[in-house]
Write a protein that binds this ligand. Sequence first.
Ligand code: HEM
Length: 407
Amino acid sequence: MMMMILSPRQWLLLLPLVFLSTLLFSYLYTTLWLRPERLRQKLRSQGVKGPKPSFLFGNIPEMRRIQKLATPAQEEGAGPTDRFSSNYVATLFPYFLHWTRVYGSIYLYATGSIQTLHVIHPDMVKELASCKSLDLGKPSYLQKEHGALLGTGILTANGDLWVHQRKVIAPEFFMDKVKGMVNLMMDAALSMLNSWEEKVESEGGRAEIVVDEFLRNFSADVISRASFGSSFVEGKEIFYKIRQLQKAMAKRSMLIGVPGSRYLPTKSNREIWNLGSCIRSLILDIAKKHGQDSAATRNKFFLHSIIEGSKAASFSSCTPEDFIVDNCKNIYFAGHETTSSTAAWCLMLLAAHPEWQDRARAEVLDVCHGEALDFDKLRKLKTEEELILRPQKQQNNRDDIQVYISP
Ligand code: HEM
């Protein structure tokens, strides 16, 4: 066996390498294991248990295993109504159901090094819902792992940056502004309903319509018109790209939290990077045109407030361009899928419960008397309100741990 003898000079040259490796190892050990373990210990001492995570992947392998085992059994066992309404948690998130049975209504699980507190205890849900963003803060992983989609916008920001964004964005959702949007919502809804009617007529009075894409387009149409005014066609192009970005990011959703996975030049990561820079250019182009168009500057759309907000403050973590791009993306993301899936959920509940359809129809006839819907009439439609309020799922992101509030 040959042994290599190093001279003192060679040893000295190796020292920085040894030093760097030790630093890297202790950094990885602290962030990936020690810090999450301390957090878990704190919660364990308060009686919060949960499945044992593995190093690097947390509980992802177990989630995959439970999902694989559960899906065929549920598909066979559940009726169509069951599968989509009361029992949908079992179909979509069988691991939550399994862990709830084992650990109770509050437990901790991990995806990679991200720790999530799963809560379905009503009192705690109530208490958490009363916390404002600044009370608990938002976790840094959102900006790191979902950077291409959320950046440093209002959904991920903390401290002064969040306060400034909130001041800029909140007035856009004051009641008088929303009242002014009802007409454009009606226009978008009517054009969608007309296309459904045309389809039904062309197919002899009966047609099967897959509503998801229509509702997504409807929601994109409304937010684009409300946010970008006359530039709404370009706004819709951004939606299309953001949807593609979401799909690309969903491909690696189980890997979120696995250290370093977002830097690997995989096919989906490359797609994410390309779409990210394409969306950025599209938004900045609209913003530039808006600045040159005096009519657009007079009509104060959401984009106008964001552009003004980007000039009003300087933050080390965010350039004025980032401010515009990230907040536009955040509004798209926050308002698009949420409203379209809520609408799809309501339609699905109505389809599953014909007696609710009768109630809703009678109410609309009673309130509208054949006239177009307006803001005041909308407030009188209680069945629709009840449907919207029937919970889907909610996830609140807070510093250190994510809080998943299940229905
Ligand atoms: C059914 C529809 C919607 C649901 C269920 C929903 C749900 C939520 C939830 C749970 C949060 C808190 C997230 C967190 O703190 O971690 C949130 C925040 C937010 N949502 Fe929505 N949302 C909906 C529609 C919209 C729409 C239409 C818009 C705008 C066009 C919007 C804009 C926002 C913004 C800007 C925030 C961040 C507020 C802040 O941090 O101060 N949302 N939403």
